[in-house]
Design a protein around this ligand. Structure first.
Ligand code: C2E
Ligand code: MG
Ligand code: MG
Length: 375
């Protein structure tokens, strides 16, 4: 495969250009362009296309894609080491953006890289240093509320940099085993807190976000079971949120784990539905109880007709499959009323409640019966 690939690449560059196999599945190309960095982009397109063409290895058809990072002399560095590092960084980001694409280095990538290294370094201490907290965002039933559903959301209070969003540090944690340690802490803390609410007669169902790596760890189901036993929380009061991408790497095994969790009595929600591949096959084959419609659709309501149609159809489809539906990111009364009119079961968003510290949940629970949705 590497041999075929290198000859394909070689025949698509000029004789005066240079190609090297760096090791593993990485190649480096050194191209001379006459004037401008922009000249490189059509070349990059062409090379990606060449890589994409199917090939036969030992009688098997294989198709592969590449991610390509570009750095230019002298704009992005004036020595080989610096240029290679930046091309590598650009390639890393091209991969992150979904692979099979090229990306030119820019200063903002350097900053992202800096953030990543700082986060990686400090996140290890965050857990032991008590810098992580959970906040709880209510998910409000548009029918009658008896239990208060809460989603546990992670917050990192960095001693120097202040509050860091999970959207920034969770992906970094997911690159290493750190996500397992953090994920275990979240699970324990959320269950402990839920149990404490129950002891104060605040009836809750707690939703916890689960990462791919956590689910992949062989003992995840036992761990959940253990935490439930340790905290004395009833399994029916725990829900786990997974995304489609969490399940992608090994659908069958993941489905099995989810099934085992459901057998314990824990419910499963499919998070950010609609933002990924949203294969309808998942809905058919995966043991899930609830769908969470991604906020990108909700936030385009009411002005975007397509988002309205998609939202209404997802609600209908989910109900036919006996799933309940949560809309995420509800910020306006217009959105809420639209969701109500199409029969959506739950809404979650800044309009009704932001993620709250545990002290404020008692008051929310007390106000449930008097909640009105007429704006
Ligand atoms: P998510 O699970 O989809 O969580 C919903 C996100 O939407 C939260 O962001 C929440 O604060 C935000 N949100 C809620 N209502 C609104 C609204 O009306 N408008 C807008 N613009 N946003 C709203 P947050 O807390 O920053 O979390 C971001 C993501 O980080 C989460 O997305 C989840 O994927 C991840 N995450 C958070 N906590 C954990 C955790 O404990 N473990 C793991 N693995 N991931 C977590
Ligand atoms: Mg979630
Ligand atoms: Mg979500």
């Amino acid at each position: 495969l590497l041999g075929t690939l290198s000859s394909r690449l070689r025949s698509n560059i000029k004789k005066t250009d240079f190609i090297a196999h760096l090791g593993g599945d990485e190649f480096a190309l050194m191209l001379r362009t006459s004037q401008r960095t922009l000249d490189l982009l059509p070349v990059a397109e062409r090379l990606l296309k060449v890589v994409r063409q199917p090939l036969v290895v030992d009688g098997h058809n294989v198709s592969i894609t590449a991610s390509l990072g570009i750095a230019c002399f002298p704009e992005h560095g004036n020595d080989a080491v610096g240029l290679m590092k930046r091309a590598d960084l650009a390639m890393y980001h091209a991969k992150q953006r979904g692979r099979d694409q090229h990306l030119m280095f820019s200063r903002s990538l350097d900053e992202a890289f800096f953030n990543r290294t700082v986060i990686q370094k400090d996140l290890g201490n965050a857990l032991s240093g008590g810098e992580l907290r959970l906040v709880y965002q209510p998910q409000i039933c548009l029918g009658a509320n008896s239990f208060l559903r809460l989603e546990a959301l992670l917050r990192w209070h960095h001693p120097v940099r202040g509050l860091i969003s999970p959207a920034v540090f969770v992906p970094v944690a997911e690159e290493s085993d750190l996500i397992n340690q953090i994920g275990n802490w979240v699970l324990e803390e959320a269950c402990r807190q839920a149990r404490q609410f129950m002891d104060r007669n605040i009836q809750v169902v707690m939703s916890v976000n689960v990462s791919a790596r956590q689910l992949r760890a062989g003992d995840f189901v036992q761990r959940v079971q253990q935490v439930l036993a340790d905290t004395g929380l009833d399994p029916s009061q725990l829900e786990l949120e997974v995304t489609e991408t969490t399940l992608l790497d090994n659908m069958e095994t993941r489905a099995e784990s989810l099934q085992q969790l459901q057998e314990l009595g824990v419910s499963i929600a499919l998070d950010d539905f609609g933002s990924g591949f949203s294969s309808l096959n998942y809905l058919k084959n995966l043991p899930v109880d609830r769908l969470k419609i991604d906020q990108v659709f909700i936030q385009e309501i009411p002005h975007d007709e397509e988002s309205k149609t998609i939202t209404a159809s997802v609600v209908k489809l989910a109900h036919e499959l006996h799933l309940t539906v949560v809309a995420e990111g509800v910020e306006t009364w217009d959105q809420l009323h639209f969701l109500q009119s199409v029969g959506c079961d739950y809404v979650q968003g800044f309009l009704l409640f932001r993620p709250l510290p545990p002290e404020e949940i008692g008051a929310v629970f007390a106000s449930l019966a008097s909640l009105r949705f007429d704006g």
